[in-house]
Design a protein around this ligand. Structure first.
Ligand SMILES: [Zn+2]
Ligand SMILES: [Zn+2]
Length: 345
């Protein structure tokens, strides 16, 4: 290696549940820094440069711009006829409850199944393998467990919370429809609520008092899959995944169409960031994947508060280390993977 650094490979298998406690209490999963310099062992996380292309800021704004643009386009082209029809056939409660559940849950399963196909169908997996962050592969049996918990959470949390919101805090479902400017404002304000709410709850559930009871389940997979985004306890799903969204759209009095837009765009984001693929044009998966890998950094969904409070220092140092190795010794990760494969054979 041109830098003189030795490629040290650990044949660490993915941490099992008990090891997660160790990593959680110890700090990070081997990622340590001294005066901002990476001094940890070789990681399995973030392999080729192609898995980091999607880290560019331009790519990260595409899903947000797409959600805002498509919603505004639908409301402009179809809205004037669709919403009078909708309100003539369904009550505001039915639209806010059943239509919301059908659209948001249907979208979540549809996108999650696409990611599942990328994981489990070899022909499809080969197309996106270059964007995979960690080498671990999930089994069908683990997928069945994950999907069972996802369905349980939708039934036990999404259903009653959506019904309660539809009854006590229904979103407007009729004309006039919001314009492009207000659609963007609602998105940004609700994203602010989501960032603050999720970060606060997520840091709280990483405390010693709450971790085992509330959050440990979500950290079962150090290399997660898309559906693992809602593989969590009922308490976590309610407090960190849903309440910040419901509060945001309620307090800003978002039109129902914008509530659906925001919810689905967050679903797309969390599915992508848990998928273990960092596919260009989707949300940047590096940040949250690192959280699952290291346990103790990158608590927020956007990274703004992590940057502000400095809860991303090891992550940034490791990214810098990867870039340095890319520059100094192109192809280092290929040799590292080969050595790891030999060690684990
Ligand atoms: Zn997660
Ligand atoms: Zn966590």
């Amino acid at each position: 290696m041109a830098t003189g650094a030795q490629v040290e490979l650990t044949n660490d298998s993915d941490p099992v549940v008990d090891q997660q406690d160790l990593a959680h209490s110890a700090g990070a999963n081997g990622a340590t820094t001294v005066a901002g310099k990476y001094v940890g062992k070789e990681h399995k996380w973030a392999r080729p440069p192609s898995s980091r292309w999607n880290h560019e800021h331009l790519y990260q704004t595409l899903p947000i711009a797409g959600a805002i643009g498509l919603t505004w386009l639908f409301n402009t082209v179809y809205g004037p006829t669709f919403y009078p029809w909708l309100n003539a056939h369904y009550t505001p409660f039915e639209i806010n409850c059943w239509w919301t559940l059908a659209l948001t849950s249907g979208f979540y399963w549809a996108v999650g199944l696409v990611f599942m196909a990328l994981d489990m169908v070899p022909f499809l997996h080969a197309r996106v393998a270059q964007y995979k962050l960690q080498p671990r592969k999930i089994t069908w049996s683990e997928y069945a467990q994950v999907c069972g918990i996802v369905a349980r959470n939708q039934l036990c949390v999404n259903l009653p919370l959506t019904a309660a919101s539809a009854y006590f805090m229904p979103r407007p479902t009729d004309l006039p429809l919001p314009g492009l400017g207000w659609t963007a404002v609602v998105y940004v304000v609700c994203l602010g609520f989501e960032e603050a709410g999720f970060y606060l709850v997520h840091r709280a559930v990483h405390s010693k008092r709450l971790y085992a009871k509330v959050h440990k389940m979500h950290h079962r997979f150090s290399a997660p899959v898309a559906f693992a985004s809602t593989y969590c306890t009922v308490a976590e799903h309610l407090s960190s995944n849903l309440l910040p969204i419901v509060l945001g759209v309620g307090l800003i009095n978002a039109h129902w169409s914008l509530t659906i837009m925001f919810f689905c765009s967050l679903e797309l984001g969390t599915l992508a960031t848990h998928s273990d693929y960092n596919i260009p044009g989707l949300s940047d998966a590096l940040q949250h994947d690192w959280h699952h890998y290291s346990f103790t950094e990158n608590f927020g969904p956007t990274g703004v508060i992590d940057e502000w409070l400095g809860t991303n220092s090891n992550y940034k140092v490791w990214l810098g280390e990867l870039q340095r190795r890319d520059k100094d010794t192109p192809g280092w990760y290929t040799r590292a993977r080969m050595e790891l494969a030999q060690k684990t054979q």
